[in-house]
Design a protein around this ligand. Structure first.
Ligand SMILES: Cc1cc2nc3c(=O)[nH]c(=O)nc-3n(C[C@H](O)[C@H](O)[C@H](O)COP(=O)(O)OP(=O)(O)OC[C@H]3O[C@@H](n4cnc5c(N)ncnc54)[C@H](O)[C@@H]3O)c2cc1C
Length: 543
């Protein structure tokens, strides 16, 4: 029996739970994370660390470690559409190696290719390096109850079976798609429980590149006379490959010989390889109806389960916990108001729905090729069919490859803790990101004269930016924040191009980097603004 009350109990040590534990610790909030396994990755799932996640890594000081991970940075990231590796190439979207592509102008970072077996250990080391974070592996949450003040969790040692109680102020279920925390709260998942029954196979073949003439590529999408049927992904850029039989809505079990035959079909010839793991899994399209039940919260795959097409799953989950973490910190430190924690679900659930929907759209587009019986024919008609399929598919797939808007353009439109300024929202287009400092959006990046990004000003507490304005002019908000113990820094920004980007003289940015309020003048009632953004007042009643 552990008598101390843990501020936050995090359940699940996947990437989302580790990011939450690390971020809480980075904020000075003590937490305990329980993970039922020893943390080994049986089969790496994610490998795209999105640009927004990299911005968080920048804040956490993890960029050099991610960039230094063993995925080769000169490995071409092309996506190829083909009948087989030794067969016809139908189309290709070219991308340079990750290290050869500069960050886009909208961010100080670029997306990275860092598979889960490389990225999870980075997040784990980050969380473990926080002195107030306790990581407990081989420890399973068995059950929990809550009352108005506390959560009482029962956990079990996976080796000895010994059980103990952990008392916590808050519990966060980052416990994956089969979340016990979600189930205990009785929160339903809404959507489509089965898109496909897919089989993933990791195989090792150091000489695969020498067997064909297509060169290095990240993703290969195989199209046969029946349509799109399989993919191969360069999982570590060296000798390991993930082969996926995409499958359909009916479950099908493959014998090892079937899997080997399918891999040889994709490569187009007989060759030697070693199967490292086989993982049948169900591709789903689900979002939780809400992300909170009292003192319990859920995040990551526990609240949204989506097709990997687009690489949104973990990245959406890490956004969830960056949204939640500062709010928990505010409550624990005593400057958050009663409504603050409600805003988590209000802000993040629509983003979950948006990204789950986009991911399913990507799947539909990938599977949109109709049957073409003559696709493999060595005839003028076959060649014409291949040209048509390749051209149309290349155009269709671009939406999945160019996703800056999806990763940076999410916004908290109906947030009770953002103060709308009456301006119209730019379109939410997954392909195109429109930088804006409109309340609810990610405060945009621009380079400061001293070489920092504007994003480097955000993170620990709130940040008030004054464009051509000094602290004396910002005194009402600074004083209101001081009265409410809300942590707030002030920065004068002189660069005209950043003032033009932010559009108002004063912009108040939250600890997660989203704009809470902006205006050309100090608000008449600065305490009201501070009370709304810390969740202590209802904006509707004030307006
Ligand atoms: C093939 C594939 C490719 C993908 N590619 C990408 C990509 O490129 N980019 C991307 O962003 N996403 C990708 N995803 C999705 C991504 O892998 C998931 O969204 C992500 O792993 C979810 O992280 P999580 O921490 O929420 O959950 P999980 O990774 O599922 O972790 C949950 C953890 O909770 C633990 N746990 C569960 N119950 C308990 C309990 N009772 N007590 C203690 N511990 C418990 C589990 O052991 C597990 O470690 C991909 C998915 C697949 C299938």
């Amino acid at each position: 029996m552990q008598n101390d009350i843990v501020p936050v109990l995090v359940v699940g040590g996947g990437p989302v739970g580790l990011a939450l534990a690390g971020d809480l610790g980075w904020r000075g909030i003590a937490c305990t994370l329980v993970e039922q396994t020893d943390g080994s990755i049986y089969q790496p799932r994610m490998d795209l660390v999105g640009i927004r996640t990299m911005e968080f890594c920048r804040r956490w000081g993890l960029v050099p470690t991610v960039e230094g991970s063993p995925y080769p940075r000169d490995y071409a990231q092309d996506n190829i559409y083909l009948t087989s590796l030794t067969g016809y190439e139908l189309g290709r979207e070219r991308f340079p190696g990750i290290g050869q592509a500069p960050p886009p102008k909208e961010s100080p970072q670029r997306r990275e290719r860092c598979p889960q077996n490389m990225f999870d250990p980075i997040l784990r080391a980050f969380a473990a390096s926080q002195k107030n974070v306790l990581l407990r592996y081989r420890t399973r949450l068995v059950s929990f109850t809550q009352n108005a003040d506390l959560v009482t969790a029962v956990v079990e040692n996976a080796d000895t079976g010994a059980r103990e109680e952990i008392l916590a102020r808050y519990i966060v279920g980052c416990d994956g798609a089969r979340s016990l925390v979600r189930e205990t709260l009785g929160i339903a998942m809404q959507g489509n429980p089965v898109l496909t029954h897919t089989t993933n196979v990791i195989f090792r073949c150091p000489h695969l590149l020498a067997l064909h003439d297509k060169g290095k590529a990240y993703r290969h999408i195989f199209i046969g006379p029946e349509g799109t049927w399989a993919t191969i992904v360069a999982i570590n850029g060296r000798d390991e490959w993930r082969f996926s039989i995409i499958g359909g809505s009916e479950q099908r079990d493959y014998a090892t010989d079937d899997i080997k035959a399918a891999i040889r079909r994709a490569v187009g010839r007989d060759f030697d390889f070693e199967i490292l793991s086989v993982l049948p899994w169900v591709r789903r399209e689900l979002v939780a109806e809400r992300y909170r039940g009292g003192r319990a919260f859920i995040a990551g795959d526990a609240v949204h389960v989506m097709s990997p097409t687009g690489g949104f799953g973990m990245n959406t989950g890490i956004q969830d916990v960056v949204d939640l973490s500062w709010k928990l910190a505010a409550m624990i430190e005593g400057w958050g108001g009663d409504r603050l924690l409600d805003s988590y679900s209000i802000e993040r659930q629509p983003v979950g729905t948006r990204n789950v929907t986009e991911a399913s759209g990507n799947l539909r587009r990938m599977l949109s090729v109709p049957p073409h019986p003559d696709l493999l024919d060595d005839t003028p008609q076959g060649a014409a069919t291949r040209e048509k399929v390749g051209r149309e598919f290349s155009e269709t797939m671009r939406r999945e490859w160019f996703t800056l808007g999806a990763h940076l353009g999410y916004r908290y439109e109906d947030s009770p803790i953002c103060w709308p300024d009456g301006t119209a929202a730019p379109p939410d287009d997954p392909r195109a990101y429109v930088p804006t400092a409109r309340p609810g959006h990610r405060a945009p990046h621009a380079w400061l004269a001293d070489g920092r990004s504007t994003l480097d000003l955000f993170g620990r507490g709130f940040a008030l930016l004054g464009f051509g304005a000094d602290a004396a002019q910002a005194a009402p908000l600074l004083e209101a924040a001081r009265q409410r113990h809300l942590p707030l820094t002030f920065t004068t920004i002189a660069e005209p191009h950043i003032a033009a980007l932010y559009e108002r003289k004063f912009v108040l940015v939250r600890p997660d980097g989203h704009v809470a309020w902006r205006g050309d003048h100090m608000p008449e009632d600065a305490l009201c603004v501070i009370d709304v953004v810390r969740g202590a007042a209802d904006r509707g009643k004030i307006n």
